[in-house]
Design a protein around this ligand. Structure first.
Ligand code: TXA
Ligand code: MG
Length: 321
């Protein structure tokens, strides 16, 4: 199959209505979308990504009104957060109605829903009479794409169309929340920080993103979001700086003994939002340069820095012994 990168919303709509896959831009990362009510189309998502069927998918909608038929109820505390953060990078787990195929939820009773915030995607969602199922548009276990070219790199030949909506504004996946014993809990840290959520609630939501028991979300899988090049935290491994074949990613400051060509700075002004928007692109670009090893500086551990450190813990894990 030939994969085309284009900017034609009508082409994307046509393909999605025909049960085909389309990579779509969102404000978080690129998604690999299909008609969420068409089980044959949904199966194609799992095949294209090499994703295990046990890993459920997020449904994307144009509005809360469009979500209502797909869920049994919308508890007030979660609805308040939806009203505050939608359209935007928040995903909410709710009890599914019979309209949601079991292939979407991996047979669980909860469905993940979100109203995204990207002008091209939202224009598409408004035209469709079904929600879009969309995981991140990368091969399973790899880094999420934040540009159309990243999607091409992973899925060339496997999907017909990549809708190019430019670089993703946030660059980190949505934050996944749900209710547990009547309290809001966070299952995956993302573009909305714990501090953002805390400001709306009267408490700090518990972070349930480790796989002590059952793995629910990819934010809980320990080995994930990984480049091919061995990847380590800077300062936590012994490094030979004179080794010309090492790549480095720093938060804001250059390291005096490292060549500019071996290094990417995430945000010269030390802005976590800017660093977040650049993080995956930096890892993907460095991964292409065939360094012997990549080293990244740990981010300040608050706000989006906490989300980035969470991802980096997972992406470096398989290279630690
Ligand atoms: O920002 C995002 O969330 C992007 C864009 C495309 O919307 N999507 C995304 O999807 O990151 P994905 O599939 O890569 O990660 C979604 C996570 C998965 O780890 C999945 O396990 C979890 O959400 N999830 C989906 N449905 C669920 C459900 N019913 N119960 C528990 N976890 C669920
Ligand atoms: Mg993903």
């Amino acid at each position: 199959m030939k994969t085309i990168i284009g900017t034609t919303i009508q082409e994307a709509i046509h393909l999605l209505k025909s049960g085909e896959l389309v990579a779509i831009p969102t404000e978080t990362v690129y998604g690999l979308a299909a008609n969420g009510c068409n089980t044959a189309a949904v199966k194609k998502i799992y095949e294209a990504k090499n994703r295990p069927n046990s890993n459920p998918l997020i449904l994307h909608f144009a509005s809360i009104e469009k979500i209502n038929p797909y869920v049994l109820d919308f508890p007030q505390e979660l609805l308040n957060l939806a009203n505050k953060f939608w359209p935007g990078p928040l995903t909410i787990l709710l009890k599914k109605s019979e309209l949601v195929p079991n292939e979407i939820t991996a047979n669980q009773e909860l469905v993940a829903v979100r109203v995204p915030n990207h002008p091209m995607l939202n224009a598409i969602l408004r035209e469709l009479d079904f929600p879009l199922a969309a995981p991140s548009a990368n091969l399973y276990g790899m880094v999420s794409p934040t540009k159309a070219e990243h999607v091409m790199q992973d899925l060339n030949g496997k999907i017909p169309y990549i809708l190019d909506g430019g670089a993703c504004e946030n660059g980190l996946e949505s934050t996944i929340i749900g209710l547990h014993e009547k309290k809001v809990v966070v299952y995956r840290l993302g573009s909305i920080s714990l501090e953002d959520l805390t400001a709306e609630l009267s408490y700090t939501p518990e972070l349930k993103n480790t796989s002590e028991k059952q793995v629910i979300t990819s934010g809980m899988v320990e080995h994930h979001y990984a480049p091919k090049t061995p990847f380590f935290f800077f300062n936590e491994t012994s490094i030979d700086y004179s080794e010309k074949n090492n790549g480095f990613i720093f938060f804001k400051d250059k390291h005096p003994s490292i060549d500019d060509s071996n290094m990417i700075i995430l945000s010269k002004s030390g802005d976590l939002k800017e660093a977040a928007a650049n993080l995956y692109d930096a890892v993907i670009e460095m991964d292409k340069l065939e360094f012997t090893a990549l080293f990244i500086e740990r981010l300040p551990d608050f706000g989006l820095g906490k989300t980035m450190n969470d991802r980096l813990n997972r992406s470096t894990l398989k290279f630690r012994t």
